[in-house]
Write a protein that binds this ligand. Sequence first.
Ligand code: SF4
Length: 513
Amino acid sequence: MIQHEIKPVYDKTSRILILGSFPSVKSREAGFFYHHQQNRFWKVLAALADAELPATIEEKKEFLLFHKIAVYDVIASCDIVGSSDSSITNVVPSDIKAIIEKSSITKIYLNGNKAYELYEKYQKKQLEEEGIVIEAVKLPSTSPANAGSSLENLIKAWSVIRKEIYRPMKPLDPELFHALFHWYEHHARILPWRENPTPYRVWISEIMLQQTRVEAVKPYYDRFMEALPTIEDLANVEDEVLMKLWEGLGYYNRARNLKKAAKIVVEQYGGYMPADYEKLLELPGIGEYTAGAIASIAYGIDVPAVDGNVLRVITRVMEWYEDILKPKTKKEITERLQQWLVIGKSREINQALMELGAIVCVPNGKPHCDQCPWDTRCLAYKRDQIEQIPVKTPKKERRKEKKTVFLLEYQGKFAVQKRAEKGLLSGLWEFPNEEEDLTEELIENWLLEHGITEYQVMDQYRGKHIFSHVEWHMKGWKVNVSQEPKDFIWITKEEMEQEYAIPAAFDWLKKEI
Ligand code: SF4
């Protein structure tokens, strides 16, 4: 019985498991696997990881762990006659279940036909018995026995694992920045907040742009700046006026935080936004991206501002397969950008990167690579990976909620009510509604409960609104009533337009007034 010497290499971060088969007398020794000159395994992996070829056994083990690759032998022990693979008997397969359970393995790759054959015969069954279903992919063997395949062809065939190998980001070539500046100078869009980019103007624009398209933000931004031209005006604005200015932009907490932060700026900083990244971060509603944008664009401080646009551009240019929705990916890109920032140029770099992501390396649909200043250096473009990058884990499905909404009219006035002070759309106005799809009988009961005995149903509508985590599927009933129940506030169409902030989720019914 031959005991195989090769020990598994893995840790809890390993993403893929490569299984080799080393049954023969010679190759079962660890020295063969790690050192044989004609074993092209290491050359192939080093090429795919864009790394130096590791030399010693220790370096090779470190290399595997660093790039999140696990390696093991399919066989733990066997009997073998001579050196022929075909004469193996009494095979005891290696226990790969333990590796899968203690790591982050999502796929198994088999190094060559023999490994695949043995895996299919022994381990696959064992895993299935344990209820573990894991994809296994056969790759051409890197062993000297596979002399027909050149190193070049092996690298090509093995490139399917490239996206699963962790590769640290390399510094961006300074020439890339020059090309980017040149492009930005000639292609930047003219936007209201780019003229006279004071900290206040940059701040308001960045908060508005967080969930809304540039074109949609423009009129809101102009109106907001006209009504509240200074931080003091924002700090002292009436809540109702603020909500009205924000009406239609959604995510109303953003507006509430603006006012809270403005008060702090007035009380603690004499009405001037602090020219300090860390202090900006302490203000309500200001996260790393917004603090970076204000600090760099308004004050010229050398800090990165990493939003979804920047993440997409950088991961594509570097052909980086890390999930951009994970905080650690954003952290690593932010740290890298911090190192790459050309001193005194972060204002231009940040804006140019965001602009490139917004209008060339676009989020939806095909990027316009033919218009990109980085087209000759972008690895994702070169390797035809733009559809694979950026990697994003699928979001959880949104919860669907049904609602019945009432548009009650009494002598030219309409019923509204205030939403609760906590939760979704808190403190805003809405049409009376119930959190279910009411039948006609239940609608009658609802009206009676609110003291409405005489009424006429005029029409029925349907509406849908999508929030980030929930969808409202609504049925609306327009009902003319013959009295004015006290449960609601009754307002005219003009009052609704001028004083009462009704969120966009009810626009479909509001337009029926
Ligand atoms: S070449 Fe294409 S994929 Fe690469 S950064 Fe430019 S637009 Fe994006």
